[in-house]
Design a protein around this ligand. Structure first.
Ligand SMILES: [Fe+2]
Length: 472
């Protein structure tokens, strides 16, 4: 039996922790705040917490969670070790029900049982609405299930317990703002996001929520200004800064400032050639859009395809896999791409529940659609994507990130000469997002190909007026 003096200590929100280390919870608090703020020091704080109490149950759980967030198979062993250590701590020093539920959540996530993990976090939140770790992790999983309503409502369900005096209140508002945005409630999303940034100007997620609103509403110049004026607060955050640069690039893309986009790609978005999935997602998504617009991206796919190949059998996030596939397909690595699709199908067959459905019915066919497109089989891309285009959201990602899958269908329909389908899709898109220059440019091309000259001219004018208005 350990000689530790086990005690309960509360964090800044009065959530209790079982620990023997005097400073463990203080460092843990710092780790959570740092993580919510996308700071680079998160791991340092967590190490200090575990140094203060090497048997700190929630320290081990958080270590496992943070490794899971990398979404790479190579870390599975270390996640398993964190679970073992947490269980050992519970045996030696006891644990609260909340802490046991956290161990259950991590264990479920570790075996790809997302539903099980969500159930544990939601259970925790019923009695502990200030457990921001459980809140943010549930939110993360809802995001990668494309469950916009729960991205918003998982936060809304605990708002009753938070007020302006609760430490971290701003972070929760920032999370809520993004949920509102993903549900299309742009007015409230912008107001709540702005309030979160007022509370904490360095709240990167809240800044990001507002830029999503500006992107979806086609407020390109405001979006660019918003990122520029807030840049000093997020430029030194962790690799999430690359995602904000990516948003800046999207805004420039629609203004047709392609050289600026490429400059940003080289100097910011891909300045550091990491293999973290979000970095690859940002980069692949941007290169694909540029090429689809007819811009020569040179040899930039090669290093991305190298990284993608190394993760082609991780199968932790189908959304990331789709972007790995973009790199493999665009770089002409057909054999690797085909092997990856087979591996995704096998993963689906070996899995149960959501993972089986997401990989088998959405992820693998989507990747096959990207590969077919790169091989010039545009008909096949259309046949694969068209029946499931409303289901694509279930592999996760934001509406802004998901748009590339819908554009793939449009581009394939145009190239396959299936202009009736292309026209119907562009009619739909231009109604949904009339401030998108890309929408009107593409619509004009489709209508011109259908010999609808007045329609094409009208669409060209809309694109031209948007660019002129936006670049004043
Ligand atoms: Fe985003």
């Amino acid at each position: 039996m350990s000689e530790r003096t086990i005690a309960t200590q509360n964090d800044r929100r009065n959530v209790p922790y079982t620990t023997s280390g005097e400073d463990a919870v203080r460092h843990f608090d710092d780790a959570i705040s740092s993580w919510l703020g996308f700071r680079r020091e998160t791991d340092d704080h967590l190490k200090l917490a575990l140094k203060a109490d090497p048997d700190f149950l929630m320290g081990h759980v958080a270590r496992g969670y943070f490794m899971k967030l990398f979404a790479v198979r190579a870390l599975d062993g270390r996640v398993g070790e964190a679970i073992t250590a947490a269980k050992q701590s519970a045996l030696q020093g006891g644990a609260t029900q909340r802490e046991r539920d956290h161990i259950a959540a991590l264990s479920a996530w570790h075996r790809d049982d997302w539903q099980g993990a969500l159930e544990s976090w939601e259970k925790i939140l019923l009695d502990n609405p200030l457990d921001v770790l459980a809140l943010k992790l549930a939110y993360h999983i809802y995001f990668y299930l494309g469950d916009a309503r729960n991205i918003r409502d998982s936060v809304a369900r605990v708002l009753y317990a938070w007020n302006e005096d609760t430490p971290g209140h701003g972070f929760v508002l920032g999370m809520y703002a993004f949920g509102l945005e993903e549900c299309g409630d742009y007015t409230n999303a912008e107001a709540v996001g702005n309030r979160a940034v007022e509370i904490n100007p360095a709240d990167v997620w809240a800044i990001h929520a507002v830029v999503h609103v500006l992107e979806m509403q086609g407020r390109h110049r405001e979006g660019t200004d918003w990122l520029k004026t807030s840049e000093k607060t997020w430029i030194n955050c962790n690799n999430f800064a690359n995602h904000l640069w990516w948003h800046g690039a999207l805004l420039l893309m629609d203004l047709e400032r392609y050289h600026a986009v490429l400059d940003g790609y080289d100097s910011r978005i891909r300045a550091e050639e990491t293999d973290e999935y979000l970095d690859i997602v940002n980069a692949a998504s941007l290169l694909w859009r540029l090429e689809e617009t007819g811009i020569d991206v040179g040899g930039r796919w090669v290093e991305l395809a190298d990284k993608a190949e190394a993760h082609a059998r991780d199968h932790k996030l189908a959304f990331a896999d789709a972007h790995y596939m973009m790199a493999l397909a665009a770089d002409g690595r057909i054999e690797s791409a085909e092997a990856m699709i087979q591996s995704m199908t096998a993963h689906a067959k070996a899995s149960e529940g959501m993972t089986a459905t997401i990989y088998g019915e959405i992820g693998a066919p989507l990747c096959a659609a990207f590969l077919a497109y790169s091989c010039g089989d545009f008909d096949r891309t259309v046949e694969l994507l068209r029946p499931m285009r409303y289901d694509l959201r279930y592999i996760g990602g934001s509406a802004a990130q998901q748009d590339i899958f819908q554009r793939l269908l449009v581009s394939a329909a145009v190239r396959a000469g299936r202009l009736g389908i292309a026209r119907s899709l562009m009619s739909e898109r231009s109604a949904d997002r009339p401030s998108s220059v890309w929408n009107w440019r593409t619509y004009a091309r489709v209508l011109a190909a259908l010999d609808d000259e007045p329609g094409a001219v009208a669409a060209w004018r809309k694109a031209r007026d948007l660019v002129a208005g936006l670049t004043l």
